[in-house]
Design a protein around this ligand. Structure first.
Ligand code: FE2
Ligand code: FE2
Length: 310
């Protein structure tokens, strides 16, 4: 029997699966969930806790799996949907996270990039119309400190921030979203633990850490399908408006305004996701400890966004 891998993130929601799902244990495929079951609640939580990214299906079930994905995402984006917003947000978040993982693993795959870009456009359009959905996505806790999940959170904070700044041109917001999703591609092959407080890194590790925007931009710059603006955001997302960021110590005037938005969103979610700062405390911490590094109105607007989440 032939098994093919699928991403766990795509299996969210209450729709019953139309295929058997396997996990691989010591080179053996073990049936984990039968067709007719769904990946709700505890089951999903257990999978996330195991940090399992991939599962397997039989190759003969591939068409069923594709159909499942299509139905799942269409129902999540359906404005007449009767499903509750949290389930819909979980499905949408899962799709975005899987797309990010796909591009992180294979940036040379043109088709995966364009699929991710297209889905980013649909995502931003929906999130800007439906603030309850944006809040529900931001409420999904990143329990396994997953880098792709962090990308989705950064993109979502950036979207909410852009909306409050009245940046609504669809082409711009699509690339802002894509840049937010993919900003940390430079960490993908990193050997250091980036999912922790930075002051726990050794000086050598910190020096490597500070190369990640440059490394990321270099990884994608020869891929002609990557939009220039996305590469710019990857390269500039750790820069600060006062020149205290890295890798190039650029200042506000030298930075793309969309990079500045992603930088503010990234600093916020890094505190929440990797440094375990409670959500409501994070903007206050930015205000006090990082004064001058991000535009003051960004911090004030992010504080408003966070307050509305719960
Ligand atoms: Fe980063
Ligand atoms: Fe980041």
């Amino acid at each position: 029997m032939n098994h093919v891998s699928i991403r766990v993130g795509t299996l969210r929601g209450d729709q019953k699966i139309s295929f058997d799902a396997y996990v691989k244990i010591n080179d053996k495929f073990v049936l984990y969930l039968r067709r007719g079951d769904s990946f709700e609640g505890q089951r999903l939580k257990r999978l996330k806790e195991k940090k399992l990214k991939k599962m397997f299906i039989l190759s003969e079930d591939e068409t069923n799996y594709r159909q499942y994905l299509k139905t799942n995402i269409e129902s999540a984006y359906d404005s007449n949907s009767k499903k509750d917003i949290n389930t819909r947000a979980e499905i949408i978040q899962g799709q975005q996270q899987s797309n990010v993982e796909e591009v992180f693993e294979r940036p040379e795959d043109k088709e995966a990039y364009f699929e991710t870009k297209d889905a980013a456009g649909k995502y931003v359009e929906f999130m800007m119309k439906n603030s309850a959905a944006a809040n529900a996505v931001l409420n999904i806790e990143n329990t396994d400190k997953n880098l792709a999940h962090h990308g989705v959170a950064v993109a979502t904070y950036a979207i909410s921030l852009a909306q409050k700044l009245k940046i609504t041109d669809p082409q711009k917001t699509q690339l802002l979203t894509l840049g937010g999703l993919l900003h940390d591609i430079g960490h993908h092959e990193s050997n250091i633990n980036v999912a922790q407080q930075l002051d726990l890194l050794t000086p050598e590790e910190l020096a490597i850490y500070k190369q990640h925007p440059k490394k990321g931009a270099e990884r994608v710059k020869d891929k002609n399908h990557f939009d220039q603006l996305v590469t710019t955001i990857i390269n500039e997302h750790e820069e600060h408006i006062d020149g205290s960021g890295f890798p190039n110590k650029l200042k506000e005037k030298q930075l793309d305004p969309l990079s500045i938005i992603v930088s503010s969103a990234n600093t916020l979610d890094r505190l929440i996701t990797f440094e375990s700062v409670p959500k409501l405390e994070a903007p206050k911490k930015l205000m006090i400890d990082r004064v001058g590094t991000h535009p003051l109105n960004h911090i004030q607007l992010l504080a408003e966004i966070i307050k509305n989440i719960k």
